[in-house]
Each structure stands twice: as structure tokens, then as C-alpha cells.
Design a binder for this molecule. Sequence first.
Ligand SMILES: [Zn+2]
Length: 92
Amino acid sequence: MNQTRHDRCAVALEPALLHAELETAISGLVSRAERRLADGTYGRCTTCAGSIEPSRLRALPWAELCMRCQDDADERQRSHHEDERQRSQSER
Ligand SMILES: [Zn+2]
């Protein structure tokens, strides 16, 4: 089997399909990052306009959100999903 670190999220996806999806997603992010580079807004959070942490940009050169806004976005997405899954339980 060819499941290394993706087996957590590759539930329904073939590895090749997952790879193609990742490539599409990343190439969109990269071209947006290139546009921001040309704009001079690269490294700026698109939500709060604060600067994105350099360590974050090193790990994720196409990051569009600073750590805080990314956390917020993740949290919102997660709570949205959890809301639908377990509406009666709160795990805070
Ligand atoms: Zn931000």
C-alpha cells in the first residue's frame, strides 16, 4: 500500500486523485501569491492586513492568512462541521 502520511484524509480519494487535487489547489494559491508579489501585498494577511509570520511564509510560501486568521478560519470550518455532526454536544 502506498499510504504514508495521507491516510488520515485520503479516505475516499485515490492517491493519484488526491495528488491532482492538491496540485490544482496549490497552483491556484501559487498564482495568487505571484499576483500579490507583483502587487506588493505579498506576506500580508488578506483578512486583517497584518503581516504573515516569516516562519509561516517559509513553511507555506503561498499562505494568504496570518496564523491568527488561519486559526479563526479553521475553527469556523471545524465548528461548522461539528455543528452539523453533533449539534447537541459541545466540546469546549
Ligand atoms: Zn490576519
